[in-house]
Design a protein around this ligand. Structure first.
Ligand code: TRP
Length: 455
């Protein structure tokens, strides 16, 4: 067959490995490297990790597969996918796309901080072990009116440039290089961190669950983290699934993506927490763990600047492969639904996302830190709460209800197994989770989040 005969209207992944790397690239991001270690640190360590792993197994795999099925069966992004299967449900697709678009606006702000840290690391600016000084440096930087915006713009430009290249040309090519590079670098730094004297206390803290610490807050934090880290509930995975060819093995892909994501989260935890313990910092230090404590950690170790540069470049890789997936969700909406060309859609949406990100950046400094939006939160936190804690669970909940009760799990399993050609031993369990466990479980977090709006 010639290329012409095979020519499809829609881009497709060039290879299976390319797809898995790209999807894993979307999943592995600031959620794993920055959020997972400090969230674990704030929620009892091992007990959080235990619950997190259980939830990845039960909810993560199931929803990952559900989204891939929806995307591939329709070969459309979330809006088109729902519409094709049930006209009345297309608005559900918009919720997901809206959420991913809102997330990319502030994700890029944090991505900008990473860029700044790479620059600082190159300038040898992290030769400071005093945590207090590092903290001031950090808060002064993120609170400044102009400098973080420049880095935010730079990060958005990188994202935009790759998305403009299209699916197999841009996203896939980048991910194929970046993902394995990330894994290798991560292992090197982890070994360095775990061999510090006193590091074993951190390993134990992370891996040995203390069930007396178990409470509802830990479970909610873990469930939220599963969604965010696996890129679920936003139509991102639906979109990526839509570029899959009909003979791809979905059962296998839904297994590898969460697996890779979880490995990276654990690697990051095993890099950051042992170092935190070895150097006597507080594991519950919060979001600053990456930006404040780690540079201090690097400064205190041999070849520190080298490891700092390596580490922040690696975080940048991970953040970029995630942000391209976040932007891609809305770009493909405009390409598929409104027939824009990719270049126009990417530039327009990228610029708008940059602009909406501006107040998120300013919210960390005197210019806007006093302005509150949702529930006394500043602009940045309000955006993050609205997108992650409301839109995301809502769209995940509706996804489970849609597949379980509207479209039907039989049709879903038919698609997952390529009409019976692929073995799917757990099909019954999967259907049960989609129909009952996922709606009830996710419905519960959504309910909790809505409650906090009124508290
Ligand atoms: N999962 C990414 C991370 O861990 C973030 C992300 C990318 C995301 N795409 C998403 C989160 C879609 C939710 C939905 O950093």
């Amino acid at each position: 067959m010639t290329d012409l005969n095979q020519k499809q209207e829609r881009d497709q992944w060039g290879s299976k490995v390319g797809f898995i790397f790209a999807a894993a690239g979307s999943a592995v991001g600031l959620g794993n490297l920055w959020k997972f270690p400090y969230t674990a640190g704030q929620n009892g360590g091992g007990v959080f990790v235990f619950i997190y792993l259980a939830l990845v197994l039960i909810i993560g795999f199931t929803l990952m597969m559900a989204e891939l099925i929806l995307g591939r069966t329709t070969q459309l992004g979330p809006v088109g996918a729902y519409r094709k299967l049930k006209e009345k449900w297309s608005w559900v697709g918009y919720i997901g796309v809206l959420a991913s678009f809102l997330i990319v606006t502030f994700y890029s702000v944090i991505g900008g901080w990473i860029l700044k840290y790479i620059v600082t690391a190159f300038q040898g600016g992290f030769n400071v072990t005093d945590v207090a000084i590092l903290e001031t440096t950090f808060t002064n930087f993120i609170g400044a009116p102009v400098e973080p915006l420049i880095y935010h713009g730079a990060f958005m430009l990188i994202t935009l440039g790759i998305v403009m290249g299209g699916i197999s040309g841009g996203i896939e090519k980048a991910s194929k290089v970046l993902m394995p590079g990330l894994l290798i670098m991560m292992v090197v730094i982890m070994i360095r961190s775990m061999t510090l004297p006193g590091a074993m206390a951190g390993v134990e803290y992370l891996l040995k669950p203390d069930f007396t610490m178990l409470n509802m807050k830990v479970v909610l934090a873990a469930l939220g983290q599963v969604f965010f880290s696996l890129s679920l509930g936003m139509g991102v995975i639906i979109t990526y699934g839509s570029y899959l060819s009909k003979n791809e093995n979905l059962v296998e892909s839904s297994f590898y993506i969460p697996l890779l994501d979880t490995i990276l989260a654990l690697l990051s935890g095993l890099t950051i927490l042992p170092a935190v313990f070895a150097l006597g910092f507080d594991p519950a230090g919060g979001p600053g763990l990456l930006f404040i404590t780690l540079p201090g950690v690097f400064a205190g170790m041999p070849f520190g600047s080298f490891f700092a540069i390596l580490f922040f470049i690696l975080v940048l890789f991970a953040a970029v492969t995630s942000s391209i997936s976040l932007l891609e969700a809305s770009v493909s909406l405009f390409v598929d639904e409104f027939k824009w060309n990719r270049k126009k859609a990417t530039i327009t949406l990228g610029v708008i996302a940059f602009l909406i990100g501006v107040p998120s950046s300013l919210a960390n400094g005197p210019v806007m830190s006093d302005m509150t939006f949702i529930n006394g939160m500043n602009f940045f936190d309000s955006m993050s709460f609205f997108a992650e804690n409301l839109l995301l669970p809502l769209s995940g909940l509706l996804l489970a209800i849609f597949i379980g009760w509207i479209w039907g799990t039989d049709k879903a399993v038919e698609e997952a197994t390529n009409s019976g050609q692929v073995k799917f031993g757990l099909a019954k369990a999967w259907a049960f989770i989609i129909k009952w466990v996922a709606p009830l479980g996710i419905g519960y977090i959504f309910f909790q989040s809505v409650l906090t709006l009124f508290s």
